[in-house]
Design a protein around this ligand. Sequence first.
Ligand SMILES: C[S@@+](CC[C@H](N)C(=O)[O-])C[C@H]1O[C@@H](n2cnc3c(N)ncnc32)[C@H](O)[C@@H]1O
Length: 326
Amino acid sequence: MNRAVRQLVPRWHFAMMNDRARNEAYRTAIASTVRPGDVVLDIGTGAGLLALFAAERGAELVVTCESEPLVAAAARLVVAQSGFANRVRVVQAHSTELQVGVDLPRPADVLVSEIFDCALLGEGALPALGHARRRLLREDARMVPGRGRLLGQLVESPALYACNAVSTVEGFDLSVFDQFRTLEYFSTCVANYPNRMLSTPFVIFDFNFHSDDVPSRREIEVAVSAPGLCHAVMMWFELDLAPGIVLSNGIDQVGTHWRQAVQTFRKPVPVTAGAQIHITAAHDNERVLVWPGSDQDGESRQAGSEVSTRRIQMHRNDSAWQARRV
Ligand SMILES: C[S@@+](CC[C@H](N)C(=O)[O-])C[C@H]1O[C@@H](n2cnc3c(N)ncnc32)[C@H](O)[C@@H]1O
């Protein structure tokens, strides 16, 4: 029974709820954004923490939705114990099922959300926030966060590369096994692997959550700062929670419960200092892919595997994909 429950309520919830930097950043940002009398929509209740932060700032009503029934039921108990049950309404539903006039008395003044995996998009934030903006919010609604960036850095690290590729081991060529490599990013603590950064951080995607104008593909010229063999792009996010409050899962954020996202290249790319390397990034609203060069099929052919465009057309519930928070 416990195994079955953990399938529905992953253990990362605990590390997330105990992430002090995350909690304090959200609490401060919500305190500076929510005003007495506001109707607040919180997407993704979890245990209800962010909804309670909004209630304590005097929100008239906080509607907080949770798609997982077991989690929604637990949140209702937390809210009941908190003394805020008269102002926090837990709705067991995916946010895209909510309706103004049914679940919300009027379009919300504020949208709060924390549905971000280590590479920003993997928990479905873009479609959920887009839907909320079009259907559930006032036109001039405040958002926590209002903006999110995905950043990247070129990395030399044979040890990281060896997490997702194999060649000759003890004199035997095992490279046939490379057909099973992870073609998308995986999450790991990059600091646990010897590594050398070959570029300064660069922006992969910059999303204004107030806008429908969402970039889905970018060609990026990255300046190489040190010579070496580029094995991967390390990725992390920055969330603008409120003016002056930025939350990040960068490698320097000691104590963050999020790991970093790592996209290994099919083959290491030799780079020289002062040169530029062309990187392409694309996403399908939930999955980010990054590869060297501009020819996606070229990278996939190198991989000797399925063409990347098929990967990018997969749907969220495909068992082959799990969001990578940790
Ligand atoms: C990362 S947890 C955050 C929980 C809580 N907001 C916090 O910050 O402590 C996200 C929760 O939202 C739920 N969720 C994610 N996207 C959702 C959506 N679009 N609608 C409803 N629930 C969602 C997940 O099931 C999960 O329990």
